[in-house]
Design a protein around this ligand. Sequence first.
Ligand code: GLU
Length: 494
Amino acid sequence: MAQAIGMALQGPVRVRLAPSPTGTLHIGTARTAVFNWLFARRHGGQFLLRIEDTDRERSRQEYTDNILEGLGWLGLDWDGEPVIQSDRVDDHRDAIGRLLASGHAYRCYAKEAELSAMREHQQAESRAPRYDNRHRDLSPDQERAFQAEGREAVIRFRIDDEATIRWHDLVRGAMEWRGSDLGGDMVIARRAPADRIGDPLYNLVVVVDDADMAISHVIRGEDHIANTAKQLLLYEALRAPAPLFAHTPLILNQEGKKLSKRDGVTSISDFRAMGYTAEALANYMTLLGWSPPEGMGERFTLAEAAEVFDFERVNRAGARFDWDKLNWLNGQVLHGLDAVSLQQQLLPLWTARGWGLEGASADPDWQRQLCELLAPSLSLLADGVAQAEPFFTTPTPDAAALAQLDAAGARPALASVLAALPDGKAPLGAEQAQALLAKVVASAGVKKGVLMKSLRAALLGSLQGPDLVATWDLLHRSGDDHRRIAAALETPPA
Ligand code: GLU
């Protein structure tokens, strides 16, 4: 059997993401979603969702919710309502019925124990495990005998060892599989009493659903390549036009192995909780396996990528996950955000800690000014929590700050600042702050450097931090500059 190029379904682009709700939205699934979305948007097509919940034991509503929420957060909007696979089980059973009627499928009564004995035997002979098609051509009498014994049956789809399955993969080019490499006749329905059709299984269900949804292109991870070979045989047997296929490279960890749960953070909600922005993560996932055209650079929005996305620029080799690049992209996104958007993103993280709920720090203007001050040094949103902390809560001075307070001239300089500080909570302003510092340098006879470092130590409890005058202004507006300088002066010398 061969799927000749050009023989495939023609018509509008309709792609789908088919996640199984057996876990939270994984980065691999999300990257598949990105490629599907980009391809659909590039061609003015539709991006559909199908929740593959036929594994009832492992599927959970909370995972479906997590997946939909994650896709929405990433900006991967889908068309129409998600199709729920389990709602379609009658269609799946109908298709199996047709395959039984046409002789493409049959009941296999082999018991679990017989099958494991068969596999052990194959293993002992160093052969790859495969079903030996033992019940493929049972006579009606043999079938009746098994049924009279009360045996249950699975339903298997015939896979001829001599079949050659060819397709043109949009990423990998010419593909060819031999029927003999597909493990023997494939189970398409689980074990059930012989007069019934048991629960339909993945390869069958996917083909029926993709055909009914008129999917034009199946874009999914390369771990599904062997399934594609099996699925093409099913399309042929069901006389349904097959879609085109694009198998995207796997995401690899630092060691070059497939990224797995063992690598720690792999779910989109984890990345989000760590402070990555949706824009940076979507941008980064686009780069995981796709190279933008010359001149485009690596920083772009999904909409920009959708204008140029194609499979020619999808690599065949696995894509190694690069935290440095993701962090860099995230920093780029954060540095480019205006204060209003940054404040919107940081406020929930701040209020979760009880910050910014009352007093001057609850004032949106004050918060935006803080965002402007912090933005240039953020690489994660979470940095906007750590770096904002000394603005919302009184810091405990670190060792370097304590040492600075003991430096020659430090305390008299701070005492002069305190004495010269204007009262009230009106903005201090850069000019007034500079003038005040100059006055203190002149009157207290300290070096400006000593004064600046000491003031920073008193205000932030650290010698590191953002622009001092802007910091001072913010703390002045919340009345904290007085308090903190006074407290620093009361700190006993080490
Ligand atoms: N539910 C399958 C998965 O999550 C979908 C594979 C496919 O796209 O056909 O791997």
